[in-house]
Design a protein around this ligand. Structure first.
Ligand SMILES: Nc1nc2c(ncn2[C@@H]2O[C@H](COP(=O)(O)OP(=O)(O)OP(=O)(O)O)[C@@H](O)[C@H]2O)c(=O)[nH]1
Ligand SMILES: [Mg+2]
Length: 313
């Protein structure tokens, strides 16, 4: 067993950070170490947290982390494309309250600026989940900002997906209707200290009633004030109930399989993209083909054939 892999299995934060950096940089050493740690993964409960910008996702994650730590659980946190990283931004005012988490060896926090080249989650995100899992984290939380492909993809990585909405934002309900309605395992109406909370809860509840009619589980709607740590303990209870539901109905294995499928596709896609774009020879070919397509001498399908022919020969 590789020395770095051993240290990661023992939860050493510096080694965890080192392997994450290696995977982010596509270092050729990384796959070998990932192979060493893979047999030690699968224990962590992965929770995806998504929702509109500024809805309180990071604040909620901090409070959930404190709750989990009280219960003796170790926690990993991944923020993808954060507009306000955990170390600063909107959370600057909360920095004193954050310090306890940053100093805690049972908590590992990582922000990642990477997105997949063709949309979706970058393969490094899957690696970081595996690394944190292997390092003994009982809970891994993944935060994605805004609403787009990454939010939909977060369900492929998460066992439990939380969708956070806030009162007085008609937009967020529209968004739910538009596409991410199906992804929530639990809805969280945060900032319940603000006016309009009853209306928002009623709106979300009516969406749940429509989308869950006839299903064996109704998506719960929880109300929180993350800033005042209200409702977070109840949220932890609901998250635990969800994982029990998954295990009882055998949907747990399906979810895990979905994650591995997404990861496998992403790794293959990355390798293929590297084949196409890393080699100087192909770069020239692609430049020439782009000129020819512009001049209508070649059509895009024929150009793709030529590029693939060079890769597969
Ligand atoms: N009034 C109120 N403010 C809150 C609550 N929860 C969080 N906030 C505040 O909302 C702001 C945004 O919180 P964040 O936790 O950074 O929100 P976020 O969803 O992570 O934001 P992005 O990562 O930028 O999308 C901060 O100023 C928080 O203090 C709440 O329950 N009530
Ligand atoms: Mg945030």
């Amino acid at each position: 067993m590789n020395d770095l892999a051993l240290k990661i299995l023992n939860g050493d934060p510096r080694s965890i950070a080192r392997l994450i950096t290696l995977t982010e940089n596509n270092d050729p050493q990384a796959p070998k170490i990932m192979k060493n740690i893979h047999p030690h993964t699968g224990k962590a409960h992965v929770i995806g947290i998504t929702g509109v910008m500024g809805s309180g996702k990071s604040t909620l994650i901090c409070e959930l982390t404190r709750e989990y730590r009280k219960q003796g659980k170790k926690v990993g946190i991944i923020a993808i494309d954060p507009t306000s990283p955990f170390s600063g931004g909107a959370l600057l005012g909360d920095r004193v309250r954050m310090t306890d988490l940053a100093m805690d060896n049972g908590v590992f926090i990582r922000s990642m600026g990477t997105r997949g080249m063709l949309g979706g989650l970058a393969s490094a995100v899957y690696d970081v989940v595996e690394i944190l899992d292997a390092s003994g984290k009982d809970i891994v939380m993944v935060e994605t900002v805004g609403v787009g492909q990454a939010e939909v993809d977060v369900i492929k990585i998460a066992d439990t997906t939380l969708v956070v909405v806030v009162p007085g934002l008609g937009d967020s309900i529209q968004t739910l209707k538009a596409g991410i309605m199906e992804i929530a395992d639990i809805y969280v109406v945060n900032k319940a200290d603000r006016p309009g909370v009853e209306q928002t809860v009623a709106e979300v509840q009516s969406l749940v009633d429509i989308s869950c009619s006839g299903k064996d589980r109704k998506t719960p709607v929880l109300i929180t004030v993350a800033k005042e740590n209200k409702g977070t303990k109840e949220l932890v209870d609901e998250i635990n109930k969800h994982i029990l539901f998954l295990k009882k109905t055998k949907q747990f294995e399906d979810k895990r399989r979905l994650r591995y499928e997404a990861e496998l596709v992403e790794i293959i896609r990355k390798r293929l993209m590297n084949l196409i774009f890393d080699e100087k020879k192909l770069e020239d070919t692609i430049e020439r083909l782009l000129d020819q397509i512009s001049r209508k001498e070649v059509d895009p399908y024929a150009a793709a054939e030529e590029v693939l022919g060079k890769i597969l020969k």
